[in-house]
Design a protein around this ligand. Sequence first.
Ligand code: NG6
Ligand code: CA
Length: 508
Amino acid sequence: MKIILAFFLLLILCNTAYSHVSKEQKKSNRPNIVIIYLDDLGYGDVSAYGATALKTPHIDLLAKNGIRFTNGRSTSSTCTPSRYAMLTGMYPWRNKEAKILPGDAPLLIDTQQQTLPKILKQADYHTGIVGKWHLGLGKGKIDWNKHIRPGPNEVGFDYSFIMAATQDRVPTVLIENGNVVGLEADDPIEVDYTKNFEGEPTGLNNPELMRIKYHHGHNNSITNGIPRIGFMKGGTKAKWIDEDLADVFLNKAQEYVRQHKNKPFFLYYAMHQPHVPRTPHKRFEGMSGLGPRGDVILEADWCIGEFMKTLEEEGLIENTLIIFSSDNGPVLNDGYYDDAVERLGDHKPWGPFRGGKTSLYEAGTRVPFIVQWKQTIKPGVSDALICQMDLMTSLGKMLNITHEQTDSQNILNALLGKSEKGRNELILESLTKTALLQGDWVMIPPYDGPAVTKTTNIERGNSPEYQLYNIKNDIGQQNNLAKTHPDILKKMIDRHRALVGDPKNVKE
Ligand code: NG6
Ligand code: CA
């Protein structure tokens, strides 16, 4: 009897020891995952990527401890499509609604669609988003005074604390798990993108109420002294104070980490800088010498440092996979007078590349892209072509979660620095127009439209001619080789057509 008892005891002991080991192993294979995603930050805005006029020590530290990708991409040179691709693994040009959305647009992601957070949930992650959403909410006309759904919580996020669209679009309120924060029952919110509410001031009619002036667009409702896109009424107490947004999002992101530290979590920390209107907190005002655009980049860098401190304090720094990137390339004048052009000096937000936000040229989609996972990744620099859209399949692969095939490719080895090989090709998108990147070559089909957008002064990539660039030898895309390399051109035209269809059918 004693022997049998001893045998069972041994069995139980062995079992506990075994399950302990396997739990540990599981743990190291399942890092916490954080995507720190900036809005309109350019490749050249980060000192780790060559900026000298701006110093971004906290982002640089990520690069020092991780892999700095030189050919990391968003799918698109604007916000909504890039975010759509990152969260769904689908090229945005497959969905004709995936364009810059107004603040009252319906949810762009189908609630049945697979998404990055849903895949991580299958691997038993807790999932959260803090910051900019810009992927639509609800199913049609939104009643902002009721629970708003579907939204992030219906496409895979267990927790959400978001701005609906952008800082320059109404409603200028924050939404936590589908409910407007600080809303008072006797001051309901109304939003309209076609007409103003009677008696409400606008940038157009009441310039005296503006403390930041619009340059183009942005002349509808004025909230917090800043004219916006769209009309809004009510919700006075719920309106955000622009200068506090960085701290509010940071605090929520830190709180999220502290609350979920005992189980693997995925946090999508979607920061709002340096998108317009650029409203640094007083602590950062004037700090960069480049005006508010530079100041908010320094503010964002500081927030990242504070966020990293929280990971340290909670003992999570080693086993957290941090992905840092931006949704599209940079823009200077994006509709407000904020000295971004006037105070630029020698700073080059686009780095060595041509174009910027809304551009088919390199600076549109070639963005800062850093991956840190101290416990696993050996620091370095990688030239592998990787795209934010690939995170879904690559992270799914890491966690052994399979899913239906999408446009998202498995580039896990490149992401973890085990290989210099990423994708072979990528379709680049600018406001529904597309180009093909293949190896060292970019082919841009002929497109109607201005070569330069007058208001933002950005080269779009439109030309009556085919354009073909070798981005290895000609990083600034100055020499169009379409005429001298007809074979490559033909091959790329055919491939582009096979993937996207006839580019002439694409409407803006
Ligand atoms: C444009 C806005 C621009 C910015 C952009 C969206 C005007 C004239 N311009 O329509 O200011 O809000 O949309 O930026 O209204 S994004 O990063 O979210 O794609
Ligand atoms: Ca953006």
